[in-house]
Design a protein around this ligand. Structure first.
Ligand code: GCU
Length: 380
């Protein structure tokens, strides 16, 4: 982590920030996630619904339509925000994508279905109101003084290789429907970009503490959250829940999901240069601890689940711990141990980690830990 490609040892924050950090960002873009375009496309925001009596009167919900445009086309996305009614001044915000649409995160009747539902062939059950409400502990977050902002990730890039033309990527001027360049961004890169557009909106709102943005992602969205947080320093806390291969887990362990498996099953997630490391992880010029270390001196929290071997909990723990070296440069405290903690014994320093019992999921226990970690770092 602390050796430049020319062999120079990095011993100061200045060297890290001026040389090694940009070098790693460029490597991750070229070889794994693809380049994020510099072009700015048009985004329009319209508030389509406000409910001052949401969550039994404890919050105000706002639903905001984002219309992205470029190259004569548009893509629509819908942001759902819950803001605590009992607040003094600006509040921190937990930002995160949901999987099956905003309407699946809550039982509240007025929450509109996400626009991308029309692309996805979800069963009636999977798109039903409240279907994934257990993953969104709005009540707890609101009670602890946090707003929550969520959008369906499919609104930004519908998660199928065949739907690339319907994604936000197709609005950029160098988009080529016929094929992708080897270092071109694909879905993970586009999702990460989308999180930054949510941040653009939030930091302009009068109720938002712009230094209090926490980005939370589960699984494939845990991968995208780390990549977004690496690029966008407005996210003061980045939380990766069960992100596994291409997220927090070390690729070179090749335990659970491997580069070969993931690039084969999900050819539209990483840039195509990444395919070259299938069954050849040892050739990667970095590993995922590099991605995690790019959050420093901001805060990163990684979580695993005991029955989620596919995501390689031990690899997620080790990668988080290897990023300690960069926190140490800043005089900050990383995990501070190479010994994996037992279940339900979170480590919460400048970086953090926990493993809980149970399967691949986001649970109330995870939210408790994330809010505890945010209390430490975002509440002033
Ligand atoms: C699959 C995939 C993982 C991913 C997960 C998810 O299991 O192999 O890489 O994290 O889906 O997003 O739920």
């Amino acid at each position: 982590l602390l050796t430049l490609s020319d062999g120079t040892r990095v011993t100061t924050v200045r060297q890290w920030e001026r040389r090694r950090r940009p070098e790693l960002l460029a490597l991750l873009a070229d070889q794994e996630y693809g380049r994020t375009p510099h072009e700015r496309i048009k985004v329009k925001h319209e508030t389509v619904a406000v409910n001052p009596a949401a969550l039994g009167g404890r919050a105000t919900s706002q639903q905001v339509r984002f219309t992205f445009s470029g190259c004569g086309r548009t893509v629509e996305a819908l942001l759902l925000v819950y803001v605590p009614n009992d607040r003094q001044g600006r509040v921190p915000v937990i930002v995160g994508y949901n999987y099956n649409g905003n309407q699946t995160t809550t039982l509240e009747e007025d929450v509109l279905p996400s626009p991308s539902l029309r692309w996805m062939d979800y069963s009636e059950t999977a798109q039903a109101r409240g279907y994934q409400q257990s993953r969104w502990d709005y009540e707890e977050a609101i009670g602890r003084g946090y707003a929550v902002a969520t959008m369906c990730y499919n609104d930004i890039y519908p998660d199928k290789p065949s739907l690339r033309d319907e994604s936000v990527a197709a609005l950029f001027s160098d988009y080529d429907a016929e094929g992708v360049a080897p270092d071109e961004w694909q879905a993970l890169g586009v999702w990460a970009w989308g999180s930054s557009r949510i941040a653009d909106y939030l930091v302009r709102q009068s109720w938002v503490d712009r230094h209090g943005l926490a980005l939370l992602g589960h699984s494939r969205q845990g991968k995208a959250a780390l990549w977004a947080g690496a690029q966008d320093k407005r996210f003061a806390v980045v939380i990766s829940n069960d992100s596994g291969c291409g997220g927090a887990a070390l690729s070179k362990r090749a335990f659970g999901e491997t580069v070969a498996r993931i690039t084969h099953s999900f050819p539209h997630w990483f840039c195509t240069n990444f395919n070259a490391y299938a069954d050849r992880e040892e050739l990667l010029p970095f590993d995922q601890h590099a991605l995690i270390s790019l959050m420093a001196p901001r805060h990163v929290y990684v979580a695993s689940a005991e029955d989620d071997a596919w995501a390689d909990p031990h690899g997620e723990f080790l990668a988080t711990g290897y990023a300690d070296a960069v926190y140490a440069l800043y005089g900050m405290e990383g995990l501070g141990t190479k010994q994996m903690p037992p279940v339900h014994q979170p480590i919460m320093h400048d970086s953090g980690y926990h493993i809980r019992t149970g399967k691949h999921d986001v649970t109330a226990y995870d939210w408790q830990c994330y809010l505890d970690f945010c209390d430490r770092h975002l509440k002033r």
